[in-house]
Design a protein around this ligand. Structure first.
Ligand SMILES: [Zn+2]
Length: 433
């Protein structure tokens, strides 16, 4: 390679390589490269090897100035001149490009970062690098797994959050598949996801962590689900269990939705349609009362007047607001009094769904008041649910749990340490002067 260019070598930034000629092929930039190795010993006997020709390989690298880059690597072949040596011929190996790879290692690392940190879809990034989906996903796996498996990723949280979400919607073959997410509430980081929504899933995951790690966890917020409580009693017997605002309101909203659907069916004889008064206010009903606009509240009242003759939906709305009130105070005494008002509302309303809701809330009362004792916030769990939804949207329909777990953890569970970019003003390199 005669047209060796120091400038291009600097731009290339791979210490093992020097760059030669550059070629524009359509929008692509082709860069001829070779290694700097001149003197090589035979691996078998140490004799100085002799050149045995070259083989040209094309490898996709990181884009430069927004143009796709192909490295054309004149890979050296070597031969051992010692006739008694068994090694014969071999081709050179480098760290930056794996044997038979279509991508440089740093391009593969960037694919992993774009999918993991930036949350792009694998298909999108594969197109950008001109490779197939499986090649891109392999890069995500190879560069992502060490990050996810690293023990330090777990940190030393003092509080955990436990939450379920759906992984796969129900099909003819299987019901909705649920997974359980474990969140570090101190650092707002997803620690892991385990399949299912079971006591064993939770206790098994905890049992696999080091005992000193478990010992520092004082409190866990959870979905009010008995299986979770059992799994935690097993794995973290010393931790205080807390039902936070987010999960309690989710219970109340579910009950309110049930009442609305039943009343809808009883009064109109069919499931909600666009013009039905209760169907039209289904979203407003779930909004926190103080966040409703005057118009929103007027719409709710109009909807209830027209579609809720026995006042059952209205009663469920009030119960939901009374349960929210329990969380609007930090005092345990006040919370207890507000819980009594909530129970009274559920008793007098004579709505079957509300009686059930009151029973559930009563069963979880110590954990609800645990929220007032510990002052744990529900923010991280809510924020995590939004991030998880985003990744699910990007991946539209994960089928493979391991891929799903990897993608979630890379986005919500690892620190990326992307180096900050210095501001360009104020810096005056000599070559400009
Ligand atoms: Zn040899």
């Amino acid at each position: 390679m005669k047209q060796r260019s120091d400038g291009a070598t600097v731009l290339l930034g791979m210490p093992e390589f020097v760059a030669g000629a550059q070629l524009a092929v359509g929008r692509e930039l082709w860069l001829l490269v070779e290694t700097t190795a001149d003197v090589v010993g035979c691996e078998g006997c140490g004799t100085r090897a002799v050149g045995h020709g070259r083989r040209r390989l094309k490898v996709r690298d990181l884009p430069m100035a927004d143009r796709p880059v192909v490295l054309v690597w004149a890979k050296r072949l070597w031969r051992c001149p010692d006739p008694d040596c068994v090694v014969g011929t071999w081709s050179e190996q480098v760290d930056d490009i794996a044997p038979r790879a279509a991508l440089t290692e740093r391009a593969r690392a960037e694919i992993c970062r774009l999918v993991g940190e930036a949350g792009h879809s694998v298909a999108q990034v594969a197109r950008r690098f001109g490779v197939g989906w499986h090649t891109a996903m392999a890069a995500v796996r190879d560069h992502g797994r060490p990050r996810v498996d690293h023990l330090s990723r777990l940190g030393a949280p003092t509080a955990l959050g436990l939450d379920e979400h759906s992984f796969l919607a129900a099909t003819a073959e299987h019901p909705t598949l649920l997974v359980t997410g474990l969140v570090d509430l101190d650092r707002h980081r997803l620690l892991d996801v385990v399949q299912g929504r079971t006591a064993q899933g939770v206790s098994g995951w905890l049992a696999a962590r080091p005992a000193p790690w478990r010992a520092t966890i004082d409190a866990v917020t959870l979905d009010p689900y008995a299986g979770y409580a059992r799994g935690l009693a097993d794995g973290l017997p010393h931790a205080e269990l807390v039902v936070d605002h987010f999960h309690a309101v989710r219970l109340a909203n579910a009950a309110l939705d049930e009442v609305r659907r039943r009343v809808q069916q009883e009064t109109l004889g069919h499931r909600g349609r666009k013009a039905d008064p209760l169907y039209r206010i289904r979203r407003q009903l779930l909004v926190a009362h103080e966040r409703l606009t005057e118009r929103g509240w007027a719409r709710i009242r109009t909807g209830l007047d027209a579609g809720d003759p026995a006042g059952e939906v209205g009663a469920a709305y009030l119960a939901k607001e009374l349960l929210r009130e329990v969380y609007a105070t930090t005092s345990q005494r006040q919370a207890r009094r507000r819980l009594e008002r909530f129970y009274a509302q559920c008793r007098t309303a004579d709505v079957v769904e509300l009686r059930r809701l009151a029973t559930t809330v009563h069963r979880w009362e110590p954990e609800i008041l645990g929220w007032h004792r510990t002052g744990l916030s529900n923010g991280p769990t809510e924020a995590m649910n939004l991030l998880i939804k985003k990744i699910k949207r990007v991946g539209h329909g994960f089928r493979n749990f391991e891929n799903y777990r990897l993608r979630l953890l890379l986005h919500c569970g690892v620190e990326w340490h992307t180096p900050p970019v210095a501001r360009i003003r104020g810096r005056q390199p000599r070559l400009v002067a």
